[in-house]
Design a protein around this ligand. Structure first.
Ligand SMILES: Cc1cc2nc3c(=O)[nH]c(=O)nc-3n(C[C@H](O)[C@H](O)[C@H](O)COP(=O)(O)OP(=O)(O)OC[C@H]3O[C@@H](n4cnc5c(N)ncnc54)[C@H](O)[C@@H]3O)c2cc1C
Length: 355
């Protein structure tokens, strides 16, 4: 008979990792199912080298350092982690949750915590000529290694926080940074926009608004990009080796729609007190959720992770069993302690340890 786990957490981003940690400190043995082949969610996948300044107790770290630290912290309570398992369906059979993955594997648990972020994400494309052709040859939607941009002339496209972040970060690394945005209004925080405008006025970066890409030129790699003013049609050709498109990511939440959870108009899970959803036994935390006062910040996800552990404990054991408390720490320091599922050992990776 298949093992019935206490709780399965869907998603190994900041929310899922800390939910695993707190469920462990509350005496449960959690399982984390992650559709990617690494943990850390957006911080590892989308901004591994971006500085993060707003996680309490950490003055400054990169997205990857945060992902590594969260992973190491969560692994102390020895969760079972399964990589490359994208949960597609959730069904209740005789009071037990059956989580059916796209791989065909089925995992069973007494409770479920949905921590899928905005879903399995893919970049939004802008549709200009050459976008697909130059993808991977200088054109990217995510920045993995800042040093790749050393000495390069970089074009950043977008008006959101990612575009502002990368403009700020890469101006100190690249030979030059040009930011183009198709309209006057910005989605980014006003503070970040003002900072970028000040940098443009000081000549530290170039900013072109309202501009879009017209064409890319170059033999196999990008050499030149022609951009145009979408109001006057005036064209400018820039010498560029790298283009970073920051138009956002489309969450693929098709699976989520099948789970019967109440979603709001943005497709986010409506949660109530103690991270409860409309379905008893299914809880939700992190970027996947929205409720009055919610901010999509890591600091909020940590609080939700602690809260959901108590709620899951009560759901499984009834009142009085307690939830996440101060933890007295591991009995001994462990760094490579993911439980190995022998049926699927290729799926289990050692815990990345910060050197
Ligand atoms: C460019 C950028 C910069 C940011 N900077 C900051 C910052 O400085 N400070 C801050 O507080 N916040 C920042 N954020 C926001 C922060 O990263 C998110 O709030 C946080 O990652 C959300 O954590 P999460 O665990 O809920 O979701 P995610 O990080 O999205 O993790 C969800 C995980 O679930 C997995 N998953 C999805 N669907 C399935 C499925 N069906 N089955 C199995 N696994 C699944 C995904 O692969 C992913 O690993 C930034 C975001 C971006 C995009």
């Amino acid at each position: 008979m298949d093992k019935i786990h206490d709780v399965i957490i869907i998603g190994g981003g900041p929310a899922g990792l800390m939910a695993g940690f707190y469920c462990g400190t509350a005496g449960m043995k959690p399982m984390i199912l992650e559709s990617l082949d690494f943990l850390g969610g957006q911080s590892a996948a989308l901004y591994p080298e971006k500085p993060v300044y707003d996680v309490p107790g950490i003055v400054e770290c990169t997205g990857q350092q945060l992902a590594d630290a969260l992973t190491e912290q969560a692994m102390q309570i020895e969760p079972i982690v399964e990589y490359n398992q994208s949960v597609d369906e959730i069904k209740q059979v005789d009071g037990i949750w059956n989580l059916i993955c796209k791989s065909g594997k089925v995992y069973k648990s007494k409770a479920v915590v949905v921590a899928i972020g905005k879903g399995a994400f893919s970049p939004i494309k802008l549709g200009f000529p050459g976008e697909d052709e130059y993808f991977g040859n200088g054109l990217t939607y995510t920045v993995k290694h800042i040093n790749e941009y050393k000495g390069q002339e970089v074009l950043i496209v977008g008006g959101g926080d990612s575009a502002m972040d990368w403009t700020c970060t890469l101006k100190n690394v690249a030979k030059s940074v040009t930011l183009i945005h198709r309209r006057d209004g910005f989605k980014a925080h006003i503070g970040a926009v003002n900072q970028i405008k000040a940098m443009s006025q000081a000549g530290e970066i170039k900013m072109l608004i309202p501009y879009e890409i017209k064409k890319i030129e170059g033999k196999s790699k990008i050499e030149k990009v022609t951009v145009f003013n979408n109001q006057t049609n005036e064209e400018t050709t820039l010498s560029v080796q790298s283009i970073i498109i920051c138009a956002g990511f489309k969450p693929t939440s098709d699976s989520l729609k099948k789970w019967g959870l109440d979603l709001n108009e943005k497709g986010l899970i409506k949660t109530h007190e103690l991270c409860k959803t409309n379905i008893p036994g299914i809880f939700a935390i992190g970027d996947a959720t929205e409720y009055p006062g919610k901010r999509h910040l890591i600091v909020m996800e940590f609080g939700e992770a602690a809260s959901v552990a108590g709620a899951v404990s009560t759901h499984i054991y009834g009142k009085g069993k307690g939830g996440a408390e101060w933890w007295s720490g591991p009995k001994k320091k462990k760094t490579d302690n993911i439980e190995v599922n022998n049926n699927n050992s290729t799926n289990v990776k050692p815990v990345p340890v910060k050197q």
